[in-house]
Design a protein around this ligand. Structure first.
Ligand SMILES: [Cu+2]
Length: 247
């Protein structure tokens, strides 16, 4: 009885403040209206030890969560974290992979972006996010504006293999699990798996000069065969646990 009451309280606390949200949706517009170049919410406050769950929901979509710097919003930070590319086929409605990033230094802002280059650089389109961002000076709004001002020709993608650790945050595992047609880590296409989509197959040539997109290699799938059924429940639970830590 007391246990369930505590769980309910945790759930309410978790839902009470968007600012302290610990689940960030990758690839949906704020509010959840369709595929878009966005992280939702774009900024979160998270104390040390908080687990932020990135949930790759945009379908179709192929996105990354890649650490950058305020000074260079759309370039992978040296030694920064990187989820690798996660491709969600059109029509996917469940089994979305997640990536859990634990905050290890809440004294400095953490900046990140999506490194996808197809059909055009998502970062320059505004797919950027921040953790513990300042309210003045180097704000998220200024970070976003700087990203949008970058010449597309100067943009490059990120490495295909995930990097689990970066300044201020780290993960203990790569994104996953991958179920159905969801794949990852080496697929710089926007909407693979969407049958009959000319734009998807044509996208690769549209990246233009300087894309620097990683060369397709072997299909990802390090996590193929991992259990998938519990994915959504795990997100909720982690969110609740982190919510308690923030109280
Ligand atoms: Cu993206």
């Amino acid at each position: 009885m007391r246990y369930s009451a505590a769980l309910a309280a945790l759930a309410m606390a978790s839902l009470a403040s968007a600012q302290n949200a610990t689940t960030v949706v990758v690839g949906l517009a704020p509010g959840g209206a369709g595929p878009a170049l966005a992280f939702d919410p774009p900024t979160v406050k998270a104390a040390n030890g908080t687990v932020i769950t990135f949930e790759f929901r945009g379908a179709p979509g192929n996105h990354t969560v890649t650490q950058s710097t305020f000074a260079n919003p759309c370039a992978q930070m040296a030694g920064g974290f990187d989820s690798g590319y996660i491709q969600i086929p059109a029509g996917t409605t469940e089994g979305f992979p997640t990536w859990n990033l634990t905050i290890t230094d809440d004294s400095k802002p953490i900046w990140y972006y999506c490194a996808q280059t197809v059909p055009s650089p998502h970062c320059i389109g505004g797919m950027v996010g921040g953790i513990n961002t300042p309210d003045t000076g180097n704000t998220y709004e200024n970070f976003l504006a700087a990203a949008k001002a970058i010449p597309p020709a100067s943009f490059s993608g990120s490495a295909t293999a995930p990097a689990l650790t970066g300044p201020g945050a780290s993960a203990t595992a790569a994104p996953g699990p991958f179920s159905g047609s969801i794949t990852g880590f080496a697929i710089p296409t926007e909407a693979g798996g969407a049958s009959g989509s000319a734009s998807a197959s044509g996208g690769a040539s549209g990246t233009g000069s300087g894309s620097g997109a990683p060369a397709p290699s072997t299909t990802g799938g390090n996590n193929n065969g991992a259990m998938s059924a519990a994915a959504n429940g795990a997100v909720v639970l982690l969110s609740m646990v982190a919510g308690a830590a923030l109280l």
